[in-house]
Design a protein around this ligand. Structure first.
Ligand SMILES: Nc1nc2c(ncn2[C@@H]2O[C@H](COP(=O)(O)OP(=O)(O)OP(=O)(O)O)[C@@H](O)[C@H]2O)c(=O)[nH]1
Ligand SMILES: [Mg+2]
Length: 318
């Protein structure tokens, strides 16, 4: 799926893409350099849909190039989603001309697009004038055209821009038969894991941290911030102890420690977190703390249903 991220320099396009698709926090995008021309990146969104994001650097010299006769078709064709973003704290009347050209070429070269999303960004700033920008962008626009535009005041800093982009992309998932099939299959595999374990399972995508599916169905959750396990002091410590114990027991073939499952304990349940493959993290929440329940979850996480899930996630094409 080709996603166009378009708009004047400094609007926040790259910030939006990195925070949404790579799970970066805002601090990490504070000092981004301007994007040089076209930057294309691939992401797996929500674990089921491949995105090809075209993040188009907004400096004037690049704009001229995108609209030039030799390039416009390459840039604006075959897009499934088109997003136009502005910095509402820096009103610039010349952006209207860019916006008009953008609309013209998107509709001309990607005729399947029936909605263009306009994000009026940086409303966290006091000097933000999103209403004024809305007027500038829509003044004297044809009524039929306005119906094909969806304006949202947002802030990447506060998270509402990411929320809106996720909403837009979720809508694309719903329109995409293949993605819906994948989702159905994953849900089925989770339901199989759940069988006889008295636990609920949630599967998260990496790196965006979004919920792929769960035995509860789909619901709003904050993205999972999952750091890859790294051999730190505690781990290497444990490894040394483990090594010694194995020596004491005369076991020579020492297997590497894999920290693939973490267990959390609360007063009334266990929560197990396990990396499924590079791209996904599974969470199991038990309904109580009985010993049988714990061992049934451990069985599930090491058994065939889990293997089927891994195989499916590895095999499926987007
Ligand atoms: N206050 C505030 N700053 C933001 C917000 N979104 C982005 N910024 C900042 O705006 C600056 C420009 O962001 P970029 O993401 O590089 O903008 P861009 O649209 O990719 O710019 P070009 O690549 O030149 O087209 C960065 O310093 C961001 O930290 C926001 O919602 N609020
Ligand atoms: Mg950029």
């Amino acid at each position: 799926m080709k996603i166009l991220l378009f708009g004047p320099a400094g609007a926040g396009k790259t910030s939006l893409m990195r925070t949404t698709c790579l799970g970066y926090n805002f601090m990490k995008v504070l000092n981004l350099k301007p994007t040089k021309g076209v930057s294309r990146e691939n992401f797996i969104f929500r674990g089921i849909m491949e995105l090809n994001v075209w993040d188009l650097g907004g400096q004037e010299r690049y704009m001229e190039r995108y609209f030039s006769e030799s390039q416009r078709e390459l840039i604006f064709s075959e897009a499934t989603t088109a997003v136009f973003m502005v910095d509402s704290s820096a009103i610039d009347h010349e952006v209207r001309d860019i916006f008009d050209k953008f609309l013209k070429y998107v509709f001309e070269f990607s005729p399947k697009i029936n909605m263009i999303y306009v994000l009026l960004n940086k409303i966290d700033l006091q000097e933000s004038k999103e209403d004024e920008y809305y007027e500038i962008l829509t003044k004297d626009l044809d009524g039929g055209l306005i119906k094909k535009l969806s304006f949202t005041p947002v802030s990447v800093k506060e998270g509402s821009a990411q929320h809106r982009l996720i909403e837009i992309l979720d809508f694309e998932i719903q329109k995409n038969t293949l993605s819906m099939q994948r989702l159905g299959k994953i849900r089925h595999l989770l339901d199989e894991l759940k069988l006889n374990t008295l636990s609920e399972y949630l599967l998260f995508n990496q790196p965006d941290g979004l919920l792929i599916s769960s035995t509860f169905g789909k619901f709003e959750l904050k993205p999972l911030q999952f750091m890859k396990f790294e051999i730190g002091t505690l781990d290497s410590n444990i490894y040394t102890i483990y090594q010694q114990i194995m020596e004491l027991q005369n076991i020579s073939n020492l297997s590497p420690l894999s920290l693939s499952t973490i267990v959390y304990e609360s007063d009334n349940c266990w929560i197990l977190v396990k990396e499924v493959s590079n791209g996904a993290v599974l969470m199991a929440v038990t309904s109580n703390k009985r010993r049988e329940v714990f061992s049934s979850v451990m069985n599930a996480l090491t058994g065939d249903s889990f293997k089927n899930l891994i195989l499916y996630l590895k095999s499926s094409e987007y």
